[in-house]
Write a protein that binds this ligand. Structure first.
Ligand code: T1G
Length: 653
């Protein structure tokens, strides 16, 4: 082995067995920055020109092969060499180039690997082209080379979903050629040595199977039906399904499309969300604060929410002790939890060993004393203040003073719960969204007296649950439900002013929401909000505009889809505009002397967005939310706000 050659500050190489082993070391994810591209290009020129170099291996330092192009460089002037230029050099090299995938090969990372003549992966590697999640298309050959390697239908699935494939799937699809059984780089070196002097398989020269037209047609139609106004998926479908044309032509079209999309509002919004998700767990004042160690988690209340939380905790490796009122109820909770684990097993998300291990870490009880070993207890009992305070007072007697107590309440004031306990500083809120084992969003409620290391514990546990934590202060409904209330109020004002439920829903779905507000309302049921409005009626300010239409519907028993009627009628379960509801709305307008007028979709959208943004501004001013992007993450991940619009705060910029 000779000395390392530094081709740039992030690209170095050593010759081993006549093979130039090029390592990219650009923390944190080996993104293909300008320095990486320049270093790679120099290494390829060196390999081509050096007689005793018989081939090249490209690998990454650390746990990622290449995490993609450097997203932070987007929007800045391009610096030569571009990634497509470097990739073309790889594919055209006269000597074999072998990719040694030591970890994630995503976006531009997989595109680099696709141009190599052979791909070896470690068992922990994953491959993917997630560009559509950033509002763009692969811009360095992915839409043209991947179909040549695995066919158009499989390429459509991977590129449009943006998902990653683990090595077994990547091998069976043909994206990688070998999973290293021993040392990855050694395996890659021997592959390069065997290929030296042989005819090289260049991905760009492969032909594309064209006997799958019907399957392609179906896949494309399915994808476009779900795009909901996004441009990138449609463009990706066009590029992939037309990839059986000369490579140079396809690459030129792909590059032009990528550059156009990269500068689009949709891509800017999705990049904003990407970085916002990594920002949300950074809380001012917590730098250097260590979370309390958590190994055993108690969950009180094993209903739908509690069972979902238990599944998330078991999947994260914790020991879980479930508590409910009686042994029978607790056992029912266990059945529910194990049922969810069995669904994970059946779907392949869990293997048999994993299933058995998680089941073994679960126990249930009706006795408070059994929660004594818990480092953290999360309550998900009925959302009633007295019930929650009573439970926490009981827990004060059985768990350690340093164990953390978390309430999952959606609407009660956690400060009142904390104030009633022996150690208020150990109390915080962990507001899960149902189903808790599926929904990523988790509002971490910082109570007035929550200790910093308790807040840090909540954030750390959220990360192990693979949740998206957003810290909120204490206010009615925290961030999400408070903004949702403003959104609902504005929609009801629009009803009185002249719009109808289906018109508002159509405008919201046109904007990108998967479902309009009134359709969601009917699905969730009107009675919950009605009960809350009745509780708050005495305190309501008569000077504030109040719309009683929903109350009228509830008084008529029109509680929504389950009741067969709500904002819509549901003859044979199909949501249908109900003239009775229109009449109720018209009567309400007349009673207030309102002369209704028509509202175009754009005005409905503008009023709804403005109402959400105004409430968001108030949350920022009150210090409930730390940053606008936190508010956007809550609305995107908890309330269906279209991510490609960035969220209500981004959308107003
Ligand atoms: N560019 C710049 N920074 C990136 C980055 C990227 N591609 N990926 C991650 N980071 C930053 C991230 O912001 C965070 O920064 C740190 O790295 C750790 O990230 C030409 C045009 C690779 C699976 O979409 O999926 O290639 O917060 O917390 O959990 O066709 O990062 O520490 O300051 O996520 O170990 C396509 C995006 C780009 C992959 C690692 N690639 N990244 O996960 O770390 S477009 C992607 C990820 C492209 C080509 C097109 C994940 C990861 P900070 P992290 P992780």
């Amino acid at each position: 082995m000779n000395d390392a050659i530094e081709f740039s500050s992030t690209v170095s190489a050593m010759t081993r067995g006549g093979i130039l082993v090029v390592t990219i070391d650009n923390a944190p994810v080996n993104a293909t920055s300008a320095d990486v591209r320049s270093g790679l290009e120099k290494a390829l020129v060196h390999a081509e020109a050096t007689a005793d170099v018989a081939g090249v291996v490209i690998t990454g330092a650390g746990k990622t092969f290449i995490g993609g192009a450097d997203i932070r460089e987007f929007g800045k002037p391009a610096i030569e060499p571009t990634l497509p230029a470097v990739i073309e050099k790889i594919e055209k090299l006269s000597k074999p180039v072998v990719a040694a995938l030591n970890g994630a090969a995503l976006g531009g990372g997989l595109e680099v690997a696709l141009a190599c003549h052979y791909r070896v992966a470690s068992s922990t590697a994953q491959v993917g082209l997630p560009e559509v999640k950033l509002g763009i298309v692969p811009g360095a050959g992915g839409t043209q080379r991947l179909p040549r390697l695995i066919g158009i239908p499989a390429a459509l699935d991977l590129i449009i979903s943006g998902r990653s494939a683990k090595t077994d799937e990547a091998l069976s699809l043909g994206i990688i050629d070998e999973i290293a059984k021993a040392d990855l780089v050694e395996t890659a070196i021997s592959a390069a040595q065997k290929l030296s002097g042989k005819q090289l398989r260049r991905t760009g020269e492969l032909s594309i199977a064209t006997n799958e037209a019907a399957e392609i047609e179906r896949a494309a139609a399915r994808i476009l039906g779900r795009a909901r106004g996004q441009k990138a998926p449609a463009e990706a479908v066009r590029l992939i399904t037309s990839s059986n044309r000369p490579l140079a032509e396809g690459l030129a079209d792909e590059r032009a499309t990528f550059l156009t999309l990269r500068d689009s509002r949709e891509a800017a919004a999705l990049r904003y969300v990407f970085f916002a998700e990594r920002e949300s767990s950074r809380v001012e004042g917590l730098e250097g604060i260590e979370p309390r160690p958590v190994k055993t988690i108690g969950i009180c209340g094993l209903g739908l929410m509690g069972s979902g939380i238990a599944v998330a905790a078991l999947a994260a490796g914790y020991t879980v002790i479930g508590l409910d009122q009686t042994v029978e109820i607790a056992e029912k909770g266990r059945e529910c939890i194990v049922g969810l684990l069995e669904r994970n097993l059946a779907s392949g998300r869990l293997d048999q060993d994993g299933f058995e291990a998680q089941k073994a870490r679960l126990s249930v009880t009706a006795s408070d004393a059994d929660l004594a070993p818990c480092d953290l207890v999360i309550e998900a009992v009925f959302d009633d203040l007295d019930i929650k305070i009573d439970l926490f007072l009981r827990l004060d007697k059985v768990i350690r003073p340093d164990a953390v107590l978390a309430t999952n309440t959606s609407y009660l004031n956690p400060d009142e719960i904390a104030a009633a306990t022996a150690y208020p500083e150990r109390v915080l809120g962990m507001h899960f969204f149902s189903p808790a084992h599926v929904m990523r969003l988790l509002e971490i409620v910082r109570c007035a007296r929550t200790a910093p290391d308790v807040l840090a514990t909540g954030l750390a546990v959220a990360k192990t649950f693979k949740k998206l934590p957003v810290v909120t202060g204490v206010t009615e409904g925290f961030i999400g439900n408070r903004i949702f209330s403003a959104y609902r109020r504005e929609a009801e004002f629009l009803l009185e002013d002249g719009a109808l439920p289906h018109e508002i829903d159509a405008a919201l779905e046109d904007y990108g929401f998967p479902m309009g507000l009134f359709a969601v309302y009917d699905m969730a049921g009107l009675e919950i909000a009605w009960a809350r409005r009745k509780r708050q009626a005495a305190a309501r300010d008569p000077a504030t505009r109040y719309v009683g239409i929903a109350d009228t519907l509830c008084e008529m028993g029109r509680f929504g889809q389950k009741a067969g009627r709500g904002w819509y009628a549901y003859p044979d379960g199909k949501r249908t505009i109900d003239p009775d509801v229109t009449a109720i709305i018209e009567t309400a307008r007349a009673q207030k002397g309102i002369t209704p007028r028509a509202f175009p979709k754009s005005e409905i959208q503008e009023r709804m967005l403005k109402a959400m943004a105004a409430e968001g501004e108030a949350l920022l001013a009150e210090g409930i939310a730390a940053r606008p992007s936190d508010i956007d993450l809550v609305m995107i991940n908890g309330y269906g706000f279209p991510a490609h619009k960035g969220g209500p705060m981004f959308a107003r910029t």
